[in-house]
Design a binder for this molecule. Structure first.
Ligand SMILES: [Zn+2]
Length: 278
């Protein structure tokens, strides 16, 4: 690279070009998303689950998150939409059959497409099917999944998973794993919108089920009198406690200073203190 006197370095050798840095950064991000748990950032180990956004997680990290939503500092930001195990699907992955020689261990993909044998590295798009969790490359899936002829009964037309023959709905059951940024933004917005809709629906149903105003008013007075009774009970119990405390204190005082009803027995020292402080 120069600087040893043997050659003269020019700007190109000394200044890292921004483009290269950006590319490296992008590669790192891709690796992070396809090889590591989106929540715990630990290497992905089966069982692996995915959510509505197509992000990959270790199932144990999600379990930990569901038990303690603060377990990972930014958990709410990453997967706050996951409220139970119903919001994730355990993936059926196909281990790689052939490992490219010379690749460092952490670069070796662990899974591949069962249809096209393409490795799951983030360089080709992969999808999973929501009903069965089968994971395959988008290309392989498109090439092999065929829409069966319309059912004679006229029911909803379902496709069949090319891997395990589970039926799925082509419209909503195919999710891309780690989709490009625009798509994941769109999915996040859709999730937020669905959540808001659910909330407003809930509020509406609550409003409908509310008691008529007269009943509410009656309930209110009932509540108040109940409160009064309760506070009275608390008061009396407090008074009892206080009396007990006083009694025990006077006992203590008695033991300390002796029974005042008995004739006071003065010693030289107490006499001294009394004359000084009385
Ligand atoms: Zn399947």
């Amino acid at each position: 690279m120069g600087n040893d006197g043997g050659s003269i370095p020019d700007r190109r050798d000394l200044v890292k070009s921004k483009k290269k840095a950006e590319q490296a950064d992008k590669n790192n991000q891709t690796r992070a998303r396809w090889f590591y748990c989106a929540l715990s950032k630990a290497p992905l180990v089966e069982p692996i689950v995915s959510d509505a956004l197509g992000q990959l997680y270790n199932k144990d990290a999600i379990l930990e998150f569901l038990l303690d939503r603060g377990a990972y500092g930014d958990g709410e930001e990453i997967c706050g939409h996951i409220k139970s195990l119903k919001d994730v699907k355990t993936l059926k992955l196909t281990p790689v059959t052939s490992v490219r020689e010379g690749a460092s261990e952490e670069d070796v993909p662990k899974f591949q497409c069962p249809l096209s044998q393409k490795a799951m590295t983030g360089h080709v798009p992969f999808v999973y099917l929501v009903p069965c969790g089968c994971v395959m490359s988008q290309a392989g899936f498109r090439a092999l999944s065929t829409t069966p002829p319309a059912s004679p009964s006229g029911g909803p037309q379902l496709d069949v998973c090319p891997q395990c023959a589970t039926k799925f709905d082509r419209e909503k059951d195919v999710r891309q794993i780690n989709p490009p940024e625009e798509e994941s933004t769109r999915l996040r917005l859709a999730l937020a919108a669905a959540k808001a809709q659910k909330k407003s629906k809930k509020r509406k149903s609550e409003a409908v089920s509310d008691d008529p105003p007269s009943k509410v008013a009656k309930k209110g007075t009932d509540k108040e009198s109940g409160h009064l009774v309760a506070s009275r009970a608390v008061q009396s119990s407090l008074a009892m406690e206080e009396a007990k405390r006083k009694a025990s204190m006077s006992d203590a005082v008695k033991s300390l200073y002796g029974d005042p009803t008995k004739k006071r027995k003065e010693t030289f020292t107490t006499m001294g203190t009394f004359t000084r402080y009385a």
